[in-house]
Design a protein around this ligand. Sequence first.
Ligand SMILES: *Cc1c(COP(=O)(O)O)cnc(C)c1O
Length: 398
Amino acid sequence: MSTPALMPVYPRCGVRPVRGEGVYLYGEDGTEYLDFAAGIAVNALGHGHPHLVKAIADQAATLMHVSNLYGSPQGEALAQRIVDNSFADTVFFTNSGAEAIECAIKTARRFHHANGNPQRHTLITFNNAFHGRTLGAISATNQAKMRDGFEPLLPGFAYAPFNDLDAALALIDNSTAGFLVETVQGEGGVSVGTEAFIKGLRQACDEHGLLLVLDEVQCGYGRTGRMWAYEHHGITPDIMAVAKGIGGGFPLGACLATAEAAKGMVFGTHGSTYGGNPLAMAAGQAVLDVMLESGFLEHVETIGQRLRQALEQMIPNHDALFEEVRGSGLMLGLKLKPGNEPRAFVAHLRDNHQLLTVAAGENVVRILPPLVIDESHVAQAIERLSEGARTFAGPSDD
Ligand SMILES: *Cc1c(COP(=O)(O)O)cnc(C)c1O
């Protein structure tokens, strides 16, 4: 058997998009899809947003890349804007979520090293977590499907059940550096961290001199109807990884930190050839131009509530298939009843009803539309979902 030129690590489906416009994607054969996957929470402004497209085109013609050895007016400006709109004092730009997590892990370890406590190197992380696919990031989850065959992994992680504060606190010992946690778990099944859990972790950090490291790669950047998901809990982290929505489709990520938490990240401790280049910074600025406009986040909250209500009204009509609606803002999940395979339902919606969604853990179908959807897209999605549910024969028939 010959190996495909594109390394076959993804089970790619028959949809082969070649063009996008707003909330719609178009396949090679011209088929139109309603895109409620948004590149897995990446295309926050939808496809081909004119402001983002123009910013990238203009910057590409002006200056695409220079080394981080030179001064970066573009990087300073975007970092300052993120600082002005978050808990953070300082920002490191990356090209992906996993790289933002790597920087977050390094920053946490280096903080304790700088404090003279290098033995405090263990981050407590959580079952079902997803932090990306680098060796560091797969070491930070206990999901076997991502780790198997890649050992030896990075030491320095301990795992507790998500939303189980007592279990997390019970793992604290002399080697603990802090907690690494998704404020809302995405890939794991769209599980919202409870207020008691997230606040409890913050409090434990304050009591024990630990760092709260949030992974908001998926749930940050407006996805939950707030700029950052931590805002729902009235707390702030010490370090946070973001990506996905930050570039609206341009590869960009960032590690945010307070001045105190970042105290170990001095000259020479970290770097990236591409990270924060002028083209990426232009994309990041354009996304923020739109997202920080007054009313944008309120729109996400309102339309997220509408979508959720509509889903909640729909599911009793198909009660053999759907168990519950979960999530926050426009990061929603439809949990299927046992015996129904989310991947099969996602494929059915895609192939027979031209609706794109994403499968997740815990038998959940993720619904992650662009943040710019309106009522008509909600209505169309609900129509396709109910029609899809009606025609879905279930696991024995896919
Ligand atoms: C997608 C994701 C990552 C990894 O991002 P990449 O850009 O794929 O490296 C990390 N954490 C969370 C929560 C994610 O959803």
